[in-house]
Ligand binder design. Structure first.
Ligand SMILES: [Zn+2]
Ligand SMILES: [Zn+2]
Length: 255
């Protein structure tokens, strides 16, 4: 299984894109602005998009990607996997003919270029030897992380979350965990804001990481633009034994 980081930043700017992870060459987890890094040929190989939640930094490129691939997707629609609550939000507030055309009815209702597949925690989806399973987390809107199993390896991605038990209990039930990508959006000085926005800061992540019985390679994502070094320094000082590393756009992992 190959994991390519298209975007993993908390904001945009030169060299920075928001959350989008590519599994092999056909599956995206989230479709933030980082997905715009793909060439047209690479974009055309996508078959599935799994959404963690509907915040703009995780879906911003989805409407544009579908529009860009309109010709290629006729007769072989892209499948968007999301919780029913997320599907409702996307249909009501994005693909509503006002913000963007409803590609779920184009070119016609019987042959759309994209289709929604409702998905829930506890019901894994198997795609060509890769299995994706939603894990509920604790964020400002209904949000999941994902556990991805493929070949001999298991990868987990937290999505956006603050303190919770569900993610860590689910990961502790896995027989193995090779790689963990976990968010830490804010520095400790912004603890109050991180609590309100329901993101981790180094202090709260440290409390939760202590619950994890595995010792996976652990990468930090969703760092606030401009605060990356400060947040990573606080994490590494607080948990030197974890060997925490910063996830970067363009990283490619073979697992
Ligand atoms: Zn969010
Ligand atoms: Zn986010």
């Amino acid at each position: 299984m190959q994991l390519t980081v298209l975007g993993c930043s908390g904001g945009i700017g030169a060299g920075l894109g928001t959350t989008s992870l590519l599994i092999d060459d056909d599956i995206l987890i989230d479709c933030g602005t980082g997905a715009g890094q793909l060439s047209l040929e690479a974009m055309a190989r996508l078959r599935h998009v799994f959404i963690t939640h509907t915040h703009l930094d995780h879906i911003a490129a989805l409407p544009l990607l579908i529009d860009t691939l309109f010709d290629q997707l006729q007769g072989r629609p892209l499948t968007v996997h999301a919780q029913p609550e997320s599907i409702e939000v996307l249909r009501t507030h994005v693909f509503n003919w006002q913000v963007w055309p409803d590609f779920f009815e184009l070119p016609d209702r019987d042959h759309p270029v994209v289709r929604f597949e409702p998905m829930s925690p506890g019901t894994p989806v198997e795609l060509g030897g890769r299995t994706l399973e939603m894990i509920p987390v604790n964020h400002a809107v209904p949000t999941v992380g994902y556990c991805v199993r493929g070949g001999e390896s298991v990868i987990a991605f937290s999505g956006d979350t603050t303190s919770n038990d569900s993610l860590w209990e689910a990961l502790n039930r896995e027989p193995q965990l090779d790689m963990l990508i976990v968010e830490c959006a804010f520095a400790n000085e912004e603890r109050a804001l991180s609590d309100i926005a329901r993101h981790y800061c180094p202090e709260t992540l440290g409390v939760d990481l202590a619950k994890l019985r595995h010792r996976p390679q652990t990468y930090i994502t969703h760092l606030k633009s401009g605060d990356e070094e400060r947040i990573m320094a606080q994490l590494q000082t607080g948990m030197p034994e974890r060997g925490l590393r910063r996830l970067r756009s363009g990283d490619v992992f073979q697992l």
